[in-house]
Ligand binder design. Structure first.
Ligand code: PRX
Length: 654
């Protein structure tokens, strides 16, 4: 790959702009002067944001930055669970609903802040009774049930760290994470509902726990499945937690006291245990949830569709919203159980006003068809959010029209497990939006796009996204591996002291930021560095395409040639004939230029995705280059690759 000069070509242009409506702007939490205020004095700005929280001891200093190690709100003390629960009860809001929980089979639970205070206190007492204390690690593998949030908050309350592992991870993956963090306790369930049927959980976690540091396994009953039982080690949640006292006095912990470890596997390699601490993390989580979603306590009904096993679930199901006294919806199941309108039915039932989801799901909704959301009353919606991948402009437009009724601002939020909370996003009511752009860093956050030498690029140019100033919710390290922390994030631009996010990005002519995918996926065609995102978005802008993934495959003539895998929309799904393929290739050429015209296009039924919904282009590269497909252990559905590889034999080329 070319190592100097333009790091990424700027191929697409987008002329659609949506300024905030006057009506929305008039009631928005955020105002334009936030940007200036934060620029004028960043530390004072963050100190103001930290005042959203209740501190048992005020901090002495806002920031201590000994690169790459930050301490925020130095000397301050707080209890994270008290901030998320008790203080709302003390303020007279004990009757406010914290969680409207919707089970996959159709059962539901309503949990108020007063209920949550009792439940978290009981769980905290139970954990203490099991010998779990300050600094100990607790592994949690649970379905999307209220006990998942309760368990996390109980850990936070007693100063123990949680390590939540997504419910779909295998026993091997869970075991590796338990071993790396030397967890003392595992909290799990008997089973979990998957697409309408109970699937085993405890049976798998037993396999993971064998021979590890786990002393006890606390088991929530969810599916009433028969489970294997080890006397002395295993305990039922309903025997242990339900019987504990519901009185518990929270203690203040240091602002830098560790709150959790969350493993992120990326697409390859040993998972990294990303470490987050208390005061800074909660400050930025609460602040971003307030301004980027325009959340109004006691009024908004907020739904983040992520799983608690990902950082989005940590920050925007548990910590951010609860710190802000939000009323949330939490849904246990898959979006098409028992029908493809399930999400819209839930929006209608609870009057959801803020809906936050991932592009992969939006593209799936597009594939299922416009007629499905059209059957439901979505008029309660006020703000829509997206996170996890670049959102293709056409998917953004679809979301705006079919879900947001052409009236709701869309906040495209860029961030990472490592950043802890949102970094780049428009402020609803303030920042005009463009379909597909995350627009600009939030007030208080500084991000830049630089070239290979670390020099900022100009408008209309692409490069590497870096974060050039520390931020409160930044990761504090990789658990047990300082060297890897320095190497992964701080070595590429060591001289400048920039955090390297691993993403490509560009400024458009107006200086708005467009995320262009992981730099490892960038393609090099005849010396032009082309982002996967731009070609994929060009494909998705064709009316027949619901989803696309492109990769660079070695090519004798051009270095790499672009190979595209596309999923067609419902009505077009049968038409993968030569004419249709030619039309798609020509469409890309017309939209962004002949250089980006795919050499080959394959129509597929599914794309390989990680369990959090990100496309695994590495595996598609193997297929495109006729290699044996590499490690598929992080794939959500490993059979997808067999399907694609066998189809590739009949792939079309011209
Ligand atoms: O590549 C970016 C992409 O997701 C990566 C972070 O993934 P993870 O740690 O799993 O966290 C996901 C939830 C915060 C980023 O490096 N990404 C995330 N949000 C966006 C995005 N890419 C483009 N636009 C986004 N809004």
């Amino acid at each position: 790959m070319a190592e100097s000069g333009a790091t990424l070509s700027n191929l697409s242009t987008e002329s659609r702009v949506f300024p905030p409506s006057e009506e929305f702007a008039a009631q928005a939490n955020a105002t334009a002067e936030l940007y200036d205020r934060a620029d004028a004095d960043r530390e004072a700005f963050w100190a103001e944001q930290a005042d959203r929280l209740s501190w048992s001891k005020k901090w002495d200093k806002v920031l201590e930055w000994d690169a790459p190690f930050a301490k925020w709100f130095v000397g301050g003390q707080l209890n994270v669970a008290y901030n998320c629960v008790d203080r709302h009860v003390e303020a007279g809001n004990g009757d406010r609903v914290a969680l409207n929980w919707e089970g996959e089979p159709g059962d539901s639970r309503t949990i108020t802040y007063a209920d949550l205070q009792r439940e978290v206190s009981k769980a905290a007492n139970a954990l203490t009774g099991l010998g779990v204390g300050k600094g100990d690690r607790v592994a949690i593998q649970l379905p999307m049930i209220p006990e998942a949030a309760i368990a996390m908050l109980a850990c936070a309350r007693i100063g123990a760290m949680h390590s939540v592992v997504f419910g779909g991870f295998s026993p091997g993956a869970l075991k590796a994470r338990i071993e790396d963090a030397e967890c003392k306790l595992l909290i799990t369930s008997d089973g979990q509902y998957r697409r309408g049927k109970p699937a085993p959980m405890k049976e798998n976690t037993d396999e993971a726990v064998a021979g590890t540091t786990i002393e006890h396994v606390l088991v929530v009953k969810r599916t009433e499945t028969d489970v294997p039982w080890t006397e002395g080690r295993d305990l039922w949640w309903h025997d242990t937690v339900e019987t504990a006292s519901d009185q518990h006095t929270p203690e203040g912990f240091d602002s830098e006291h560790p709150l959790f470890i969350l493993y992120t596997s990326g697409t390859t390699g040993k998972p990294k245990g990303i470490l987050h601490t208390s005061g800074g993390y909660l400050t930025q989580s609460a602040y971003t949830h307030h301004v980027a979603f325009d959340h109004k306590p006691g009024e908004s009904v907020y739904w983040c569709t992520a799983d608690i096993g990902w950082v989005t679930g940590h920050t925007y199901i548990v910590y951010g919203p609860l710190a802000n006294g939000a009323t949330s919806v939490m849904y246990e199941g898959t979006p098409n159980t028992p029908h493809e309108g399930r999400h819209w039915e839930i929006v209608q039932k609870y009057g959801v006003s803020i809906y936050y989801t991932a592009p992969t799901l939006i593209r799936t909704f597009m594939k299922w068809g416009d007629d499905i959301p059209a059957k439901f009353d979505l008029s309660s919606l006020k703000v829509l959010g997206t996170v996890g991948e670049p959102i293709n402009p056409e998917a953004w437009m679809w979301y705006r029209k079919n879900i947001g009724g052409d009236r709701c601002p869309i906040v495209d939020t860029w961030w990472q497990t490592e950043t802890g909370s949102t970094m780049i996003a428009p402020l609803p009511g303030v920042t005009p939006t463009k379909p597909g752009s995350a627009m600009r860093p939030l007030p208080g956050i500084s991000a830049t796009i630089v070239d290979e030498s670390g020099t900022p690029v100009g408008n209309g140019e692409g490069g590497y996204l870096v974060l050039d100033k520390p931020w409160p919710s930044m990761l504090r390290g990789i658990w047990g591996d300082e060297e890897r922390y320095r190497e992964t994030y701080w070595s590429k631009f060591a001289e400048q002291g920039y955090y390297f996010a691993g993403d490509g990005a560009k400024y458009d002519e107006d200086g708005a930021i467009w995320l262009l995918g992981r730099v490892d996926d960038v393609m090099n065609v005849s010396g032009h560095r082309i982002s996967t995102t731009e070609v994929e978005s060009a494909l998705v802008s064709h009316p027949t395409v619901a989803e696309a993934a492109v990769v660079g495959a070695s090519d004798e003539m051009t270095g790499q040639g672009i190979v595209a895998f596309v999923i067609l929309r419902g009505s077009a799904a049968k038409d993968g004939g030569d004419d249709a393929i030619k039309a798609l290739r020509d469409h890309v050429s017309k939209e962004i230029g002949p250089i980006a015209k795919p050499r080959q296009i394959m129509v597929v039924e599914e794309l390989p995705k990680t369990r959090s919904g990100k496309i695994m282009r590495r595996l598609l590269r193997d297929v495109a280059e006729n290699r044996a497909v590499g490690d598929v252990s992080t794939l959500a559905d490993s059979s997808v690759m067999e399907m694609i590889s066998s189809g590739m034999q009949e792939g079309k080329e011209d």
